[in-house]
Design a binder for this molecule. Structure first.
Ligand code: ZN
Length: 182
């Protein structure tokens, strides 16, 4: 199966669904990640791209594409929506992922707006900013969370311990799911 993940910034796909990327790879799915911006608020786009390349060496995505649109300025214009549609056509995935629209970041909202209108295969929404979106489905990442934690340690430019924060978040979601404590 071919899986296409839209990541507004370098790290969203890894923070929001790093454990799921490993699960897809474990069943031999082909995973493509499209990074819409490369961050860059602090002028460190090259470093951010290098960090996701290192993180994905651990998680295992097959292809990484960098669109390099302007950070904090992604707009759901007709022109941009057509570009997104062309990318989906070119990759021709079986399923698509993008962040939830409830997340407050304007780039995340714009990416959702464009992708949700362009896609004609199942679309799954992942959570990047904990606690802002209603949960409809839980993904059990008990067996893949350690790889996710290793990958998150590659995001050194973020100047905070993302691995620790997202381990707690996974534990919280695990308890809330009522099924498993991660
Ligand atoms: Zn983001």
């Amino acid at each position: 199966m071919k899986v296409l993940i839209f990541s507004p910034h370098p790290d969203d796909a890894e923070l929001g669904m790093g454990g799921s990327i490993v699960k897809h790879k474990n069943i031999d799915d082909y995973v493509v990640i499209v990074y819409v911006t490369s961050g860059g608020f602090t002028d460190n786009t090259k470093e951010r791209e290098q960090e996701v390349i290192s993180a994905e060496n651990i998680l295992g995505a097959n292809e990484l594409k960098f669109l390099r649109w302007e950070d904090h300025n992604v707009k759901a214009t007709e022109e941009n929506r057509e570009k997104i549609m062309d990318i989906i056509k070119e990759i021709n995935p079986h399923i698509v992922y993008c962040p939830c629209p409830e997340e407050q970041h304007i780039d995340h909202k714009a990416v959702f707006e464009m992708v949700s209108k362009a896609v004609n295969v199942p679309l799954y929404l992942y959570e990047v900013y904990p606690g802002m979106s209603p949960v409809e489905e839980y993904e059990d990442i008990t067996n893949t969370i350690n790889k996710k934690m290793l990958a998150l340690k590659e995001f050194k430019s973020q100047k905070c311990d993302l691995a620790e924060a997202y381990r707690h978040h996974a534990k919280f979601r695990g308890i809330m799911s009522g099924i498993e404590e991660y």
